[in-house]
Design a protein around this ligand. Structure first.
Ligand SMILES: Cc1ncc(C[n+]2csc(CCOP(=O)(O)OP(=O)(O)O)c2C)c(N)n1
Length: 564
């Protein structure tokens, strides 16, 4: 069988039902194989779209996403999603075409050193030199991408090798002696952690994206409820614990709630699960949680004590460790009233500092109110795919995620242009659920061409642009930290009729229903109608222009010094 046909067989054996990609000279043989493969291939309009769509699919389903691109510019266009998948631990296998082997290293047409270019951004990569190795390599790639700490794997396939005939047999067992993720966790350390939790007076559970990736949300809930602990999640962890819930403090970090950040500041014990103490969480590291001891549970040993020294490290899979931690804790029969004073303190912060914003004076639409309206209209049941900027932070603050995998965003790399293609993947992975893109007028223009993909696949994705005419998040920083010296952040001058592009017309050009919302009073009804109509929709919401995301830990400051 041709090597390229073997690729298709391997994909089917891995249970792949949809892939995203873009053809070119170097991967032409692979595209020939798609003709007969019976695999749903989605033709995106830019390879970055393929990579982010594969990420969105993986984030929504928990399965391994797949993206294809050709050599040279196709592969370099995949570099951003590869890095994005690395930063957010997203399992994606990227297939790149490569020039013929005799041309390797000659600066041949459309040649790029894909393995070299992506080396620091992958979990693993393979350059195929013997096509007979291809099937095994593909199964190994899926195994590596999806197990342990998930991540991107690149398979670079020279064009000539992809055309030869190879023997093909399905490979069911993958055995990689050098790759054995530790999953079970050390029982002694788990017991030690339970004891620490049982004696702490001001404990906080701090959950990250690892809980979502590890499908450990139920197990997290059990521990939090058993101990009556306060819980906060990172941006990546939203939905790991249901919001709103009395034990939920809201998100922590730069734009987290005061209650969550103050609780971390005063905690005597922090139990971090699948979280990496990112600088957006800790603020000034030397002043982060100065009174706390740390339990750190993570499947990746390299994360433990990377930023914060862990007193009780536990390497392993949260799904396996948390039930054992809960059992050990239960056996200790800790007395609950021990936490009464702590909860009283937390409740005071919550009452004093709820998430809130000023209503608009002039009848304009506040961006936060758009997120609240989306929450109401979708009953909290949608998948929200956000881009990067203020709208992302408002989507994190004002939409209350009841379940994991409903909140899809580029957390680590912070990639503008992520939201729309990610929604393509999410919608295909979970077709029954309403998928909403919340984006900004800046971010949407980074991958707006994927509207054509949405049209072609007839996906009922709803795109909501919080159009403030600015690169709002950058504007906010210039306003707060650069003495209002606004440098290149104004995207258009709406207020008059000269707003550009005209998103409604643009949507129309792509064959998608476009509408503009300017009336705060009818906002919710307008959104309800737009969401209820069949098919995709592109909704340009003109929001108040100078709004800021609050509260905020200023860069380099300590959490207790939050502003706003
Ligand atoms: C690819 C990329 N380039 C630049 C940035 C830096 N950046 C972060 S937020 C932001 C502004 C985003 O503006 P917009 O999408 O309009 O959203 P808003 O903040 O106004 O809600 C920029 C430029 C980025 N995150 N990604």
């Amino acid at each position: 069988m041709r090597a390229v046909d073997a690729i298709m067989e391997c994909l089917k054996a891995e249970g792949v039902d949809v892939v995203f990609g873009y053809p070119g000279g170097a991967n032409l043989p692979t595209y020939d194989a798609f003709v007969d493969a019976g695999i749903h291939h989605v033709l995106v309009r830019h390879e970055a779209g393929a990579g982010h769509a594969a990420e969105g699919y993986a984030k929504a389903t928990g399965k391994v996403g797949v993206a294809f691109g050709t050599s040279g510019p196709g592969a370099t266009n995949l570099v951003t999603p590869i890095m994005d998948a690395m930063m957010d631990s997203v399992p994606v296998v990227f297939f790149t075409g490569q020039v013929r082997t005799e041309l390797l290293g000659t600066d041949g047409f459309q040649e790029a050193d894909t393995i070299g270019l992506t080396m620091p951004a992958v979990k693993h990569s393979f350059l195929i030199t013997d096509p007979r190795e291809l099937p095994r390599t593909i199964h190994e790639a899926f195994h590596i991408a999806g197990t342990g700490r998930p991540g991107p794997v690149v398979i670079d396939l020279p064009q000539d090798l992809s055309k030869v005939d190879i023997p093909y047999e399905p490979i069911t067992d993958v055995h990689l002696p050098g790759y054995q993720p530790r999953t079970t966790g050390n029982q002694k350390q788990i017991r030690q952690a339970a004891r620490a939790l049982a004696s702490a007076r001001r404990p906080v559970i701090y959950a990250g994206g690892g809980v979502v990736l590890g499908n450990a949300s139920e197990e997290l809930r059990a521990l939090v409820r058993e101990g009556g602990f306060p819980i906060t999640c990172t941006l990546m962890g939203l939905g790991a614990y249901p919001a709103p819930d009395p034990q939920w403090l809201g998100m922590l970090g730069m734009h987290g709630t005061r209650a969550a950040n103050y609780a971390m500041d005063e905690a005597d014990l922090i139990c971090a699960i699948g979280a990496r103490f990112d600088d957006r969480i800790t603020g000034k590291l030397s002043e982060f949680a100065p009174r706390a001891k740390f339990i750190h549970i993570d499947v990746d040993p390299a994360e433990i004590s990377k930023n914060i020294p862990a007193h009780i490290p536990i390497v392993g899979d949260a799904k396996q460790i948390l039930p054992r931690l809960t059992d050990e804790y239960r056996a200790l029969e800790a007395d609950r009233p021990r936490l009464d004073a702590w909860w009283q303190r937390i409740r005071t912060w919550q009452e004093r500092h709820p998430l809130a914003y000023e209503p608009a004076q002039d009848g304009g639409i506040k961006p936060q109110s758009v997120i609240e309206a989306i929450y109401t209209v979708t009953g909290g049941e949608a998948i929200i795919c956000s881009d990067v900027g203020q709208h992302q932070m408002w989507s994190a603050q004002y939409y209350h995620y009841p379940e994991p995998r409903r909140w899809i965003n580029s957390g680590g790399l912070g990639t503008m242009g992520f939201g729309l293609p990610a929604a393509i993947g999410a919608q295909m992975g979970d077709p029954e659920r309403t998928t909403v893109v919340v984006t900004g007028d800046g971010s949407i223009q980074m991958n707006i061409q994927e509207l054509a993909t949405i049209r072609q696949e007839n996906l009922p994705v709803k795109v909501v642009v919080l159009n403030n005419g600015y690169l709002g998040m950058v504007r906010q920083w210039q306003e707060l930290f650069w003495q209002e010296r606004y440098s290149h952040v104004e995207m258009n001058t709406y207020g008059g009729e000269d707003a550009f592009p005209d998103f409604v017309k643009l949507a129309d050009a792509y064959g998608i229903r476009g509408l503009r919302l300017t009336n705060a009073e009818t906002l919710e009804d307008d959104l309800r109608a737009a969401f209820a109509a069949e098919g995709p929709a592109f909704i340009d919401v003109r929001v108040t222009r100078n709004e800021k995301v609050y509260p905020m830990i200023a860069p380099g400051e300590a959490a207790r010094d939050m502003v706003g």
